[in-house]
Write a protein that binds this ligand. Structure first.
Ligand code: H2U
Ligand code: ZN
Length: 347
């Protein structure tokens, strides 16, 4: 019997984190009698008087939103990180270790229209979101106590999103968080060894194989990474080796908006639903060091597994041993690639 990645269990290395993923492709036929989710297909109004994020409405904290016309950001009224925290470190016999943490949290409304998602917005309006992300990364990153800026979106109730109005968040903090620190180690290791970007080399390889690429334009590629853990996990990688949004030209920012739209349309078309995910932009830390090895990318982690109502659980062996997936990343990429480029509500 010969080994075959489509039939036999194997482990794949996530070169961005240095961690392994168990792939069990033979397991796709297992029956499902467990939890199902309610797909979110209800039509929403373009304005909701009860929504905390719609223009002109009063937010939960009592502040009124201005009558904003395009992407709009404000300081999170219930921020997880605060600017004013007394400096403190604790270390009891190297056993009880803690430190104070300063930071800031913001909310970004993608559009004044309550109804739209990134997949349904016009590219020029997503471009305005990209411009605002760029500005926020710059302003927050320049603050002396901010060493890392995380831009992200939780989309869909299944991901814990509290409000259907299209929005994302920014958490910016003093420390480089663990998820980013792991990638930094990998980027640095590769750059020191080869003088090249880890993701540029990876992208070359993916482009020559063309097994996992979903969409591509002049400046970006979206693909299912070889080590993808979530069933339809993807990554957007810039073709140019740059470290942050601040390095992009206007054309590149437009191409970025365009590839976000194309990818999120594919996602919605997969199960004909407003596809839930957590996504986030990984950029170089803002601690003043050059971090030349860093390569701009954006992750999408969607929870859905086999339909709009069955999600993947990260439990049991995955909490205790290592994460695992069933069907292969190549299968996911092929399915996504074949889907129409027009949103299913417009077909
Ligand atoms: P989600 O991405 O999890 O839906 O979070 C939305 C954020 O919006 C959440 O962090 C903030 C919450 O604190 N928020 C406000 O700042 N003001 C409000 O009036 C409602 C929600
Ligand atoms: Zn990353």
């Amino acid at each position: 019997m010969e080994f075959n990645t489509n039939d036999h269990p194997h482990r794949r290395l996530n070169i961005l984190t240095g961690e392994w993923v168990l792939v069990s492709p033979h397991r796709t036929k297992r029956p499902w009698q467990g939890k199902t989710e309610k797909p979110q297909n209800q039509l929403r109004p373009s304005y909701d008087a009860q929504c905390y994020l719609c223009p002109g409405n009063e937010r939960a904290g009592g502040i009124q939103n201005p009558n904003y016309q395009s992407a709009y950001s404000f300081k999170n009224d219930f921020a997880a990180l605060l600017e004013a925290v007394p400096k403190h470190t604790m270390n009891e016999n190297n056993l009880l270790i803690a430190k104070s943490e300063r930071g800031m949290c913001k909310v970004i409304c993608f559009s004044p229209n309550h109804q739209l998602t990134l997949a349904q917005m016009e590219v020029e309006d997503i471009h305005k979101v990209v411009d605002l992300w760029t500005e926020e990364y710059k302003i927050l990153g320049e603050k002396e106590f901010i060493n890392y800026v995380q831009i992200f979106e939780n989309k869909g109730a299944i991901m814990g999103c509290s409000n259907p109005h299209p929005h994302g968040q920014i958490w910016a903090q003093e420390s480089i968080p663990d998820g980013v620190a792991k990638e930094l180690v990998q980027f640095e290791k590769h750059f020191k060894k080869t003088g090249r970007s880890l993701l540029a080399d990876y992208l070359d390889q993916e482009q020559s194989l063309d097994q996992r690429i979903i969409v591509e334009n002049n400046s970006f590629v979206a693909l299912v990474p070889f080590w993808a853990l979530w069933p339809y996990e993807t990554i957007i990688i810039s073709k140019r080796h740059v470290q942050s949004l601040l390095d992009f030209t206007k054309e590149e920012r437009e191409d970025y908006a365009e590839i976000i739209k194309r990818l999120t349309i594919k996602y919605d078309n997969l199960f004909q639903t407003s596809f839930p995910y957590s996504s986030g932009i990984h950029q170089k830390p803002t601690d003043g060091k050059p971090w030349e090895s860093w390569h701009f990318h954006m992750h999408f982690y969607p929870p859905l597994l086999r339909s709009a109502s069955v999600k993947k659980f990260m439990v049991g062996y995955e909490m205790l041993g290592e994460p695992q997936r069933d069907f292969t990343p190549e299968y996911s990429a092929e399915r996504l690639k074949k889907l129409p480029n027009v949103h299913y509500t417009k077909l």
